[in-house]
Design a protein around this ligand. Structure first.
Ligand code: SF4
Length: 255
């Protein structure tokens, strides 16, 4: 893996910018990737996105900087300051989402107070120049453990959607481990999810095989993007947020 990594490092091709979100977009539908990341089409704000942004901003501000006070009152105060009030269907949805966010922050507070590690970064960007690729990511939180190891923490709002199998294989943390090791020179790195909806915290791991598989996927998709392979995936049309604005919208299968 290490040898392969350096072999591919610092190539001369025109770089393709990739991240977990970009890869997910391409996997859903290559045409969708083109609309968003090459043509600049933006999705309309919705309540779920706004709540997610509010929670992530609140936690980053609460844990970041020099402010060491850890109290639920302060966390709620920051939540109010950074609340993103757009995309909700009506006032009731706004109020329900706001209350749900407060409950999630309370859950966060309860699991976070048990940790013995030190927060060293929040919303930490990594940037990995590979052969013709810029692999990027933003890690919710990085802690340093008392034994000197590091822990990448990813916040998730919906615990119900995360089976043990999904936790153990999700591409996002696989790429973040690679980014932390190769882009931020952090080692050894552990991985953990914080599920804000039910206040649980789960450690997970990735094997060398999984990391190699993730890098193979990164190179495969970057080659397709470079060769302008943007074939629509019609099987995704019915779930696509751009359906109304996409000239290729074709629900129900192939043309
Ligand atoms: S509407 Fe269909 S073809 Fe268009 S971007 Fe979405 S999934 Fe792709």
């Amino acid at each position: 893996m290490i040898k392969e990594f350096f072999r591919k490092l610092m190539g001369k091709k025109e770089p393709v910018e990739l991240s977990y979100s970009r890869i997910q977009s391409y996997k859903k539908c290559p045409w969708l990737f083109k609309l968003v990341y090459m043509d600049g089409m933006r999705s309309s704000p919705n309540g779920s996105m706004s709540l997610g942004m509010s929670l992530h901003r609140a936690l980053a501000n609460y844990l970041g900087g020099d402010h060491q006070e850890r109290s639920l009152d302060r966390l709620f105060q920051i939540y109010d300051e950074v609340w993103v009030n757009e995309g909700f269907a009506n006032t009731q949805e706004t109020l329900d989402s706001y209350d749900a966010g407060r409950r999630m922050l309370q859950n966060f507070f309860e699991i976070d107070r048990l940790k013995t590690s030190t927060v060293i970064a929040t919303e930490k960007n990594f940037f990995l120049p590979l052969d013709g690729i810029k692999l990027m990511g933003s890690i919710d939180r990085i802690d340093k453990n008392p034994d000197g190891s590091f822990e990448i923490i990813e916040y998730k709002t919906q615990a119900d959607n995360w089976s043990p199998q999904r936790m153990g294989s999700d591409l996002q943390l696989t790429l973040y481990e690679i980014g932390a090791e190769k882009g931020l020179a952090l080692t050894p790195v552990h991985l953990r999810y914080f599920f804000l909806s039910n206040g649980t915290s789960c450690a997970t791991t990735r094997s060398e095989e999984q990391k190699n598989g993730a890098m193979d996927l990164v190179f495969e998709i970057s080659e397709k993007i470079r060769s302008k392979h943007f074939e629509p995936n019609y099987s995704y049309c019915e779930r696509c947020e751009f359906a109304r604005r996409c000239a290729n919208y074709k629900p129900g299968g192939k043309r």
